[in-house]
Design a protein around this ligand. Structure first.
Ligand SMILES: Cc1cc2nc3c(=O)[nH]c(=O)nc-3n(C[C@H](O)[C@H](O)[C@H](O)COP(=O)(O)OP(=O)(O)OC[C@H]3O[C@@H](n4cnc5c(N)ncnc54)[C@H](O)[C@@H]3O)c2cc1C
Length: 262
């Protein structure tokens, strides 16, 4: 790790387990990754998928990405801006798809702890524990607790985490829906855009806990599709498409998978 008075630069091999990096950072007082605790997968994919949770995305902590150009073996180092990160997107998923192998990700973490608590139920979960100003470890623990209560363990019930991305819609569209569904959850993106949780819409369509063949929708979090045992890829795709149609029908919004469907 390289340091300056404000930041720590942590170079991690792409095959490292991402959560090991988060745990290491928390342990050493390097901040910014706490909200990304226990997202499954490796460091390389964090830079490809721009993984995110609880208001923080990998792009917020990625400084540079080192990769090998597969065709030539040339080593290249991309700046964060080169990767064109946005919600679960990067150039690695589009123009650079199958062109580069990420070898290292250099994360930039803060020495000062400025926790991001205003997303989902982080604050209420902390309040329930009578914690007003959490330490980084307490924040990590609470995130782990919330996630474990909501997300099925892939070793027990096959799943890929959140299956769909939360759609970002024009403010006018949001207002039209909010009039029809007064309790509709939403996150303001900017003056003219709102993000609507896809899981809420799927739930409203009656899918939570339901199945289509051997593929189903998780009973605690409708954003997660699960394999109830022996479901084929085709069954998962069929369920995905049926849900997409239902959401489109009811809300007039297209939802798209977060997972890469080959
Ligand atoms: C229970 C559960 C919860 C989840 N929660 C979240 C969440 O909160 N937020 C979130 O964002 N995601 C979440 N996910 C999704 C998943 O954790 C991420 O997509 C993660 O990045 C996958 O990591 P992986 O190493 O398995 O990548 P893979 O699925 O193996 O790869 C993902 C993509 O990256 C490419 N890739 C991987 N490594 C490299 C490399 N070194 N160089 C070039 N390309 C590469 C692959 O080709 C593929 O296209 C969850 C998944 C599960 C099962």
């Amino acid at each position: 790790a390289l340091c300056n008075p404000d930041w720590v630069f942590l170079s991690c091999g792409s095959g490292e387990v991402f959560d090991d990096v988060v745990a290491y950072a928390v342990e050493h007082g390097y901040h910014g990754a706490e909200n990304l605790s226990i997202i499954p997968g490796e460091v390389g994919a964090s830079a490809v998928q721009n993984i995110g949770a609880y208001g923080v995305e990998a792009k917020d902590i990625i400084y540079k990405v080192e990769a090998v150009e597969i065709a030539t073996g040339r080593v290249v180092v991309f700046d964060n801006a080169d990767c064109e990160y946005s919600y679960r997107q990067s150039k690695f998923k589009h123009e650079w798809k199958d062109k580069y192998l990420v070898t290292h990700v250099i994360y930039r973490l803060q020495k000062t702890f400025r926790p991001d608590l205003d997303y989902g139920n982080i604050r209420s979960a902390l309040e329930a524990k009578h914690i007003a100003e959490p330490t980084a470890q307490q924040l990590r623990d609470v995130i782990i607790e919330i996630r474990e209560a909501k997300l099925p363990d892939p070793k027990v019930l096959g799943n890929a985490g959140s299956f769909f991305m939360n759609p970002i819609v024009e403010k006018a569209k949001y207002e039209e829906l909010a009039a029809l569904y007064p309790g509709m959850p939403h996150y303001t993106i900017d003056e003219s855009h709102e993000k609507i949780p896809a899981g809420w819409m799927i739930d409203q369509c009656g899918w939570k806990g339901k199945s289509l063949g051997r593929a189903g929708v998780h009973d605690k979090q409708a954003l997660v599709l699960v394999n109830r045992g022996g479901a084929t890829g085709e069954e998962i795709v069929k369920l995905c498409e049926t849900i997409q149609e239902d959401v489109k029908q009811k809300f007039g919004i297209e939802i798209h998978p977060e997972v890469n469907v080959k």
